[in-house]
Design a protein around this ligand. Structure first.
Ligand code: PMP
Length: 386
């Protein structure tokens, strides 16, 4: 009787073969031929091997010791929402960006833009970083300015919460308050005032987060890959609020490169022009709204409409209500744009009409809005029921 030795592809043997390929000692095709395996089989082993390596590196990051607080930006947790979603079979996960050092997703953008500008000589020690911001980018820029030896001056709308303005001052940022109700064509409006500040500030660097796609790139390089990894490559829908458009643009580009079938949904407040521009490519007259961080009065270059598949528009009150519901039911203490994200997730699931795996982003913390969204007297003063 003859015995045939059947070589079993243990994980150790798979790894040894994949390492030969990764070291360039043989091609994927040669390795497949030599062992009568399919190339697809080897590709799947290689993907698993690399994913394991990435997880190991992330494990190291969890125990990381940072050279500065800027190195602590990113690698935020993804949290399953189990109490506020009642669609049977749906799985919804939120990336809790308030875990960043300055408390928001915009730390990623500030770090990337400042580092890029310093690298290629657009920004030098002693220069002034100037920007218009709803407060969060400004805080990230304040962090980078302190660390890099720059000064920082920002224009924020006068509806920005006192918590954000006081935090900016604590970081040594010079704050210019802009009247929220000026039309975008007014020279002192939020959209125009930077032209004057840039003109009047010698040795300044203006990142221009609304029109500079380095903003989107920050998310393409970090937020997108992190979400893909944390969702283990299984995502049906990605939902994000649209302020500058950096988050949705950068993340959508990365995710769609990985899986073009991922459905990308944006949300902006009633009063902003984005939703209607998405639907009909027409510009509507902007109106007032209270929600911070989302929407705009005019088109800006960082919103990549062609990467967005659907858009919802939310009333201030719905966003605030959903934010409070998150605190109440999930113990996630987040800002109004996180409430808007939750509301948009629900809209997207209802429209889809079937269970789906959804990823979304919670950009900042409720601590920023203790005097507004989480203050009954403030809500009442704006005409909302509490
Ligand atoms: N939420 C908050 C609280 C923000 O500050 C911002 C930034 N404007 C966003 C959401 C929107 O993010 P993005 O600018 O990347 O569209």
């Amino acid at each position: 009787m003859t015995t045939r030795t059947v070589q079993r592809w243990t994980v150790a043997r798979q790894e040894a073969l994949i390492l030969e390929v990764l070291r360039g000692e043989r091609s994927l095709e040669d390795a497949a031929d030599a062992h009568a395996l399919s190339v697809e089989q080897l590709v799947s082993w290689r993907e698993r091997f690399l994913a394991g390596g990435r997880r190991a590196l992330q494990g190291d990051r969890a125990r990381r010791v940072c050279d500065s607080i800027a190195d602590a930006v990113g690698e935020t947790p993804l949290v399953r929402l189990s109490r506020v979603i009642d669609v049977p079979g749906a799985e919804v996960f939120a990336k809790v960006e308030f875990m960043n050092p300055m408390g928001s997703i915009k730390d990623r953008v500030a770090r990337h833009m400042v580092r890029q500008a310093a690298l290629d000589g657009r920004l030098n020690r002693g220069d002034v970083i100037v920007e218009s911001s709803s407060g969060n980018t400004a805080l990230g820029l304040g962090m980078m300015a302190r660390l890099g030896g720059y000064r920082c001056k920002v224009a924020v709308r006068d509806r920005t919460s006192a918590e954000k303005i006081n935090a900016l001052k604590a970081l040594g940022v010079e704050v210019v308050l802009v009247q929220s109700d000026l039309p975008p064509e007014h020279p002192e409006s939020y959209n125009r005032v930077m032209e004057r500040i840039v003109r009047e500030t010698p040795d300044c660097y203006f990142p221009d987060q609304h029109n500079n796609r380095e903003n989107n790139q920050a998310h393409y390089l970090t937020t997108g890959p992190e979400i893909w990894e944390q969702m283990e490559g299984r995502i049906d829908v990605f939902v994000a609020g649209v302020g500058t458009g950096g988050t949705i643009g950068g993340v959508a580009r990365y995710l769609k490169e990985k899986d073009p079938s991922i459905h990308v949904v944006g949300v902006d407040p009633v009063g902003s022009i984005f939703s209607e521009y998405f639907r009909s490519r027409t510009l509507v007259k902007p109106g007032p709204y209270l929600l911070e961080g989302l929407g705009d009065e005019e088109p800006i270059a960082c919103v990549e409409f062609d990467l967005i598949d659907d858009f919802f528009q939310i009333q201030d009150e719905q966003a605030f209500r959903c934010a409070r519901e998150l605190a109440d039911r999930e113990a996630i203490f987040a800002g109004g744009s996180s409430g808007a994200a939750l509301w948009a997730v629900r809209q997207a699931l209802a429209k889809l009409g079937r269970p789906a795996r959804v990823a979304t982003v919670f950009p900042d913390s409720g601590h920023r809005y203790l005097s507004t969204i989480y203050n009954d007297a403030w809500l009442q003063s704006k005409g909302f029921e509490v």
